[in-house]
Design a binder for this molecule. Sequence first.
Ligand SMILES: Cc1cc2nc3c(=O)[nH]c(=O)nc-3n(C[C@H](O)[C@H](O)[C@H](O)COP(=O)(O)OP(=O)(O)OC[C@H]3O[C@@H](n4cnc5c(N)ncnc54)[C@H](O)[C@@H]3O)c2cc1C
Ligand code: SF4
Length: 568
Amino acid sequence: MPQVIRSPKVYDICIIGSGAAGGTAAKVLTEAGLSVVMLEAGPPVHPETDFKEHVWPYELDHRGAGVGAKVRGELNDEFMAPNGAWIIDGEPYTSAPGSNFHWFRSRVVGGRTNHWGRIALRFAPRDFKARSTDGMGDDWPITYEEVAPYYDKVESYIGVFGTKENIPSAPDGIFLPPPKPRCTEAFIKKACDKLNVLCVPSRLAILTKNHNGRRACHYCAQCGRGCISASNFSSTQVMIPPAQETGRLTLITGAMVREIVVGKDGRAEAASYIDKGTRSEQRVRAKAFMLAASACESARLLLNSKSTLFPDGLANFSGAVVRYLTDTVGSYGGGHFPQLEKVPPHNHDGVGGLHLYIPWWKFDRKNDFLRGYHIEFGGGRGMPTVGDWDDLCEEVEGYGLPLKQKIRSTYGTFIGFDGRGEMIPNEKSYCEIDPAVVDQWGIPVLRFHWQWGDNEIKMAKDMQETFRAIVEAAGGTYFAKATADGPNPYGIADGGVIIHELGTARMGTTPKTSVLNGYCQAHDVKNLFVIDAASFVTNPDKNPTLTIMALSWRASDYLVSQAKKGNL
Ligand SMILES: Cc1cc2nc3c(=O)[nH]c(=O)nc-3n(C[C@H](O)[C@H](O)[C@H](O)COP(=O)(O)OP(=O)(O)OC[C@H]3O[C@@H](n4cnc5c(N)ncnc54)[C@H](O)[C@@H]3O)c2cc1C
Ligand code: SF4
């Protein structure tokens, strides 16, 4: 058996993962005076060299499109922020027969906050009490009112733009001023107004003013490629640095955690990890542990942490670990608007995301499905990205100037719509440890089971009908061919594709059916917390990351209060 190298120091807290959840906890805990060791599987990020928002496509080999222009649709290419991918060499996952699940992971300091769209929406009061409203799923053990002060703290600290709208399905927050709508956005808003569909300024974690020592956005519209000026939110640039400044954070990168080790008393006492550099097994000890490896990675870690005391995985007496996996319901459509050809060329830049969005607007109506969705949309004459012309040349024939003129005239005349809706957990969607597959570190991997329910399919149908209505009200031609047939009825995306997977160690009032209490603390192991989206009870239409940070901050405050009472 290989030798395990044990660190002599016992930290107050060990955090696993440095993304939205882990970064928030590191900041709060270290600033409160606790010593923290953070284990992160990926390498560090150096924004000045790793982020590429000011690199032009023509500066890259093959204009960044790769040999054969195969790069489009991928996020792990050389044009984007680093180390985020659908497939990671040596770290597979599997899907059960008949299930299609895709898992985007970022192995790097800051995790997927280096890659996210920065859409930062609060959950609504009714999202926390959905079962009490319609009888499906479960209620959270906490209320909106308990989380709201933490939404305030996160928004005030990271900076989120938006406007106060008083919409029941989309609570207002503490907002920086929003950017003005772009031409295509104002155009779609007019159509929404005709249809009585709400269309309001979006809410993104991007600075429209200098804020907390970070500079305002300079509107290069390239957020997906990182932001050297830290004008958008990443844990890497906004949460980890203040924690490091306290001198109380020990950040260990290239540390792939395999297992949480428990003592005879049933308390977590060490995290066992592979040092990727030396491939040696190391152990760090702490008084309390916070899993923040992302919802499915944290669940995997719990299941792989088996012992005589916890034969079915750590903190899994309920059997609820991995049971309530959900993703967001996504469906895509789009329109062609020939009238936009007449719009003179103009500067279409802005933040690297939408300036307007459509919140769930039918909250007080009877629909033929439960819960709701919002719509993100975009198009227009932004800077073409790598590989764009490859697509167009397949559609437009010709040579030289006439070809260029044709492409220029149609460029920016398409607007796309993405529905983002709530999935209700079902017993056919979950993950488990694949008994036959391990990753390159010898750690057993996850196998996903996935099935959408009828409610989600009905929601996707409604999305398609709405997209078409908006496009036609704006005088365009709708082009999605989403129908009831095939494996993806009404264009519903495969599981995991929207990258909002969560619910794999949910919180609840009873240890019989839930893993955590309302502070993300394991019912079965009192010094273990799971602070990422594994704790979520529902997956409302709102993108989850703002709520991940609010709950991580809340759990960290709770832990600090316990430490002050000597209860660590
Ligand atoms: C392209 C894209 C767009 C998105 N857009 C939005 C959006 O607009 N709004 C929104 O709310 N959300 C969005 N998301 C989702 C958002 O990024 C995630 O919800 C959020 O980052 C999750 O935070 P987390 O801390 O749980 O996990 P992550 O940010 O994924 O961080 C987990 C960290 O843990 C590390 N880790 C994993 N396993 C181990 C291990 N065994 N040992 C040690 N370290 C480990 C990883 O390397 C990683 O750094 C988007 C995601 C992507 C990829
Ligand atoms: S659009 Fe603004 S926030 Fe995004 S990368 Fe450019 S400067 Fe940074």
